[in-house]
Design a protein around this ligand. Structure first.
Ligand SMILES: [Zn+2]
Ligand SMILES: [Zn+2]
Length: 318
């Protein structure tokens, strides 16, 4: 482990480094190759020390702590692996980032995961739906630590390893293991065995199969971008399942994220009455009602049940 504590005087390292490089000019003129290489070895140490010493504060003695301090200063901004290597002061920074995510529950997404996300989510983060992203980029989504992350990552690992199960089934199983919990795209990609289709499959659970998987753009504007929640362990009634996200979102916005029967909004959510919002076809889809904004209304799941019990003998799917 190279997580030793470093003395924090950047000026000292800077001077030593400059002195060393000044002397190196001499080596360039007069020394043979091996002498030149050996003369440079201390430079990389000094550079690492200099980088590490830039992060100041009470708890910055380890590479992991310095990476975290740096990321917390730049929440929501894409940072390159090279930057993290500088502040870490070690070359194996990637392992430390993984520990921060998996063991300590910091919501860090990688460039790969970001790349697979929905265009509107990317737009919300970067003001463009096609940012140029590389695998060794990282973003800390929120300042809040997720205390249950370590446990979830263990479950994710088990589900990922399951044979004969498709990506969608694995993702659904993971969601159903953690109903109501905030799950990051990074976890879903992992459960999906790193397959790029994880984001599409996740969306299909909502738009094709009627599972209440919500995001910032589909029902829960309070969530950070890149976070997904299965609100309840049940599928929407059959006739309300296939609603495209764009239509669903427009209905929610028009209805101000409020149940049109009882006025419930997510701010009123509590443990003893954990509701969520759903879209309901005013004229039933099966009877020829269209999948359009005008034919849809926002209801909380309780009022939605009531409407269906009143309006149709159609068996209700739990
Ligand atoms: Zn309905
Ligand atoms: Zn309601």
């Amino acid at each position: 482990m190279t997580t030793h504590s470093r003395p924090g005087d950047p000026e000292k390292y800077c001077l030593q480094l400059m002195e060393l490089l000044e002397n190196f000019e001499e080596h360039l003129k007069n020394s043979e190759l091996r002498t030149q290489v050996l003369a440079l070895v201390p430079a990389s140490d000094l550079l690492q020390n200099l980088g590490a010493s830039l992060i100041r504060g009470p708890d910055t003695g380890s590479a992991r702590a310095r990476i975290l301090a740096y990321m917390q200063k730049y929440v929501g901004i894409i940072l390159s692996g090279d930057e993290l290597m500088i502040v870490a002061g070690i070359s194996e920074y990637a392992r430390r980032v993984r520990e921060l995510r998996v063991e300590y529950g910091w919501r860090i997404l990688t460039g790969i995961t970001l790349k697979n996300m929905e265009p509107e989510e990317l737009y919300a983060l970067f003001n463009t739906d096609k940012p140029s992203l590389k695998p060794d980029q990282y973003i800390l989504l929120s300042v809040e630590q997720d205390s249950e992350a370590a446990y979830r990552w263990n479950v994710a690992n088990d589900i990922r390893k399951e044979k004969n199960a498709g990506v969608r089934d694995k993702i659904l199983k993971y969601f159903r293991s953690f109903v109501g919990k905030e799950i990051s795209g990074e976890e879903l990609r992992y459960v999906a065995g790193d397959k790029t289709e994880w984001a599409r499959r996740t969306r299909e659970l909502r738009t094709e199969y009627g599972w209440p998987v919500v995001t910032r753009f589909t029902g829960r504007p309070d969530l950070p971008v890149g976070i997904y929640v299965l609100e309840e362990d049940r599928q929407a009634p059959e006739h309300d399942r296939k609603i495209p996200d764009s239509v669903y979102r427009a209905v929610l916005v028009r209805d101000n994220y409020t149940c049109q029967d009882c006025g419930w909004t997510h701010e009123q959510w509590n443990r003893s009455d954990p509701r969520h919002l759903e879209a309901h076809h005013i004229k039933c889809h099966l009877d020829g009602g269209s999948n359009t904004i005008d034919n849809l209304t926002t209801l909380c799941n309780i009022c939605h049940d009531v409407r269906h019990r009143k309006s149709s003998p159609e068996p209700f799917i739990k």
